[in-house]
Design a binder for this molecule. Structure first.
Ligand code: RIB
Ligand code: CA
Length: 316
């Protein structure tokens, strides 16, 4: 697996879950500008991998801004650093010099079996995979993204943050996508969209933070992430907990029975000032357009939380 992300509290927990699961071979972490600047998302990815004792996993930074729009971050939620909460610590090593797209290309060339891509930030780097690595699409098992929503957005009334930041990249990805298990790589990359209907049920609370706090270095770190992230969502949205959006992509790969998904056609709004970044999901097949993604609609919340808590507690 390659995880492309913009850490970010929930991206950080997604990285930890990928590292913690024995069935996942995390070949590289690539970074993109989104929650915070590329410099900070890259530093955070390096820092999280140090925290979980995996400084051997390569980190490569990708695009530092969306394809067309100016970069708008979510520093209000994640802090300027992107990991508000725990005391800042400098990474033990730099990211690779090579850009993310080159590192992804080399991994796909060298892989002895198809590689799963996971994207938990804006799709800026994934659009490069679609456009610049066409010759290697057959080496991609599938792309699982955290992004979009069938119903309401979370950054505007119409759009979810990751898609809203770079709707033009998302449009490139969704136009060259197919339902997993259907068609062939020539038709596009198999795509699973884990959107807000699913991730808004994947929340953790202060109690989870307290349970993790005494489980060691990593548990303490996650507890401090949650102290900030849960607190933000309680204050801003009045919710009981903070949704660990990005970790659901990894949990879905670990246990595909957790998320219920349906094939449907999804198009991306790239023009409307009011609705730019909306994933227009044809839930009731009214367009007659072919499905191009498996779209998550629900999650077994209790089993997700149990899996996440168990795996994070197993880290150093
Ligand atoms: O809308 C939630 C998404 O935006 C998550 O990936 C979170 O990390 C932010 O990037
Ligand atoms: Ca993210």
């Amino acid at each position: 697996m390659i995880l492309d992300c913009d850490p970010g509290h929930d991206d950080a927990i997604a990285i930890m879950l990928a590292v913690a699961d024995p069935a996942i071979d995390l070949l590289a972490v690539t970074t993109v500008a989104g929650n915070v600047t590329l410099e900070n998302t890259t530093r955070n990815a390096l820092r999280v991998l140090d925290m979980v004792g995996r400084p051997d996993i390569p980190v490569a930074s990708g695009r530092d801004r969306p394809r067309v729009r100016d970069l708008s971050t979510a520093a209000v939620m994640h802090g300027e650093s992107g990991l508000a909460g725990p005391l800042p610590v400098e990474p033990s090593r730099p990211a690779l010099d090579a850009p993310a797209i080159d590192v992804i290309e080399q991994i796909l060339i060298d892989a002895d079996e198809p590689v799963t891509l996971v994207a938990t930030g804006p799709l800026t780097n994934m659009a490069d995979v679609v456009e610049r690595l066409r010759h290697l699409h057959s080496r991609i098992r599938e792309l699982v993204i955290m992004g979009g929503a069938v119903d309401l957005g979370n950054w505007t009334p119409a759009a979810e943050f990751n898609i809203w930041v770079d709707p033009h990249a998302a449009d490139i990805v969704f136009r060259k996508a197919r339902v997993p298990g259907q068609g062939s790589p020539a038709d596009g990359i198999a795509l699973t969209m884990i959107g807000l209907e699913v991730t808004h049920r994947a929340w953790l609370t202060d109690e989870h933070a307290d349970l993790l706090r005494s489980t060691g270095r990593t548990g303490q770190f996650v507890a401090e992430l949650l102290d900030h992230f849960v607190g933000f969502h309680q204050d801003r949205f009045g919710w009981e907990g903070g949704p660990i959006h990005d970790a659901v992509t990894i949990a879905h790969l670990i246990d595909p029975t957790l998320v219920a998904a349906l094939p449907m056609n999804v198009q991306i709004e790239t023009e409307s000032p009011l609705c730019i970044g909306r994933t227009v999901a044809d839930r009731w097949s009214v367009t007659g357009l072919p499905a191009n993604a498996a779209v998550g609609l629900d999650i077994d919340r209790d089993r997700f939380v149990t899996l996440l808590m168990e795996r994070v507690s197993s880290l150093p």
